[in-house]
Design a protein around this ligand. Sequence first.
Ligand SMILES: Cc1cc2nc3c(=O)[nH]c(=O)nc-3n(C[C@H](O)[C@H](O)[C@H](O)COP(=O)(O)OP(=O)(O)OC[C@H]3O[C@@H](n4cnc5c(N)ncnc54)[C@H](O)[C@@H]3O)c2cc1C
Length: 370
Amino acid sequence: MKKNLVIAGGGHAHMQALAELGRFVERGHEVTVIGPSDHHYYSGMGPGMLGGSYRPEEIRFATRQVVEKAGARFMLAKVETIDPAAQYVHCDNGERIYYDVLSCNLGSQVPEDVVSGPLDDVFLVKPIERLLEARQRILQRGTAKALRIGVVGGGPSAVEIAGNIWRISREPAMKPVSLTVFAGRTLMPDHPRGVRQRARKSLVSRGITITENSRITDIRSGGVTDAEGTKHRFDIIFVAIGVRPSRVFAQSGIATGPDGGMLVNGYLQSTAFGNIFGGGDCISFAERPLDKVGVYAVRQNPVLVHNLMAALEGTGMQAFVPGGQYLLIFNLGDGSGILYKWSLLFGGRLAFFIKDYIDRKFMRHFQAIE
Ligand SMILES: Cc1cc2nc3c(=O)[nH]c(=O)nc-3n(C[C@H](O)[C@H](O)[C@H](O)COP(=O)(O)OP(=O)(O)OC[C@H]3O[C@@H](n4cnc5c(N)ncnc54)[C@H](O)[C@@H]3O)c2cc1C
């Protein structure tokens, strides 16, 4: 029997579902994909796009084109709320869409609590596409005058962003750039000592200032203020203070986990509503907390595809097994990286070479569908 499948958000966790949309359409299901952009940008290559290693078209996936080619409907909109009782998704363009089965991949956002006023020359690290605007802005302002750039945050994103801003500062015609990272307590506190040391050495050796044990309490165009009330003036500011899951679920009265993500069981199915599924940063996995990394979103792909079809057709579902330790590689912006998994840890050009190879392969695989 023909049913309505709504795919909310076309991010990492939905890549395989998007690639296999034709299968759902062929079986007579009506499929609608909702997303705020015609393209999805791959975050793993976002800092590299900022630095200029990648062109935007190398790191993005043509969501609308893929959806329409498969015979499904693409709606350019943001999901605002979900009405799980009536089974409608409400969008910011005023449309409401009925679903029999809904799959959510709404990602995460940088919390804006400490950001005030208009975001002129303040760049949050998500959405990734804004990093392109940031690059253009640095080049535009930095060729006219010396720039002071601040990066608020001390995790991997902040390190990658700072390293890649340094890369822009090496472009011809750029005036001097002074770069400060406000790392909070310390740089990369959740990573092994060897990773922390390599990241610090790499940034400091390039003249980047790392400020630790200082909490930024206010960020606005022109500068940031720390907990002691000291103001630091900057021409351009990046905000990389971590992410939190989409608020759509909390605002829709759908059960959420401690981090605010939609609480899902082992089948990636809402614990409250059996016809709602989800993956990636927007979910809170009931069995154990999962890091907000693309690796889990990618691992969830086949399970989501299987379970969406199962929910539409009343067949058996598959359980998601998160798997063990995953490989992490950071792009330091100077052609080098830091790679680690288990006890394997090394830095340098080989680490970046491996990251570049894996990331390009991932993109080529999904861009082939376009
Ligand atoms: C700078 C940076 C670098 C990173 N590098 C890495 C890395 O190298 N490796 C790694 O494993 N992880 C990395 N991460 C983490 C990784 O980005 C996330 O874990 C991953 O993107 C999660 O995938 P997702 O599918 O949940 O979200 P996303 O890939 O962000 O996809 C969410 C999608 O939903 C759409 N969307 C958002 N809101 C709505 C809405 N209301 N309605 C409809 N659609 C919506 C968005 O447009 C987007 O297409 C990085 C993160 C950042 C910020």
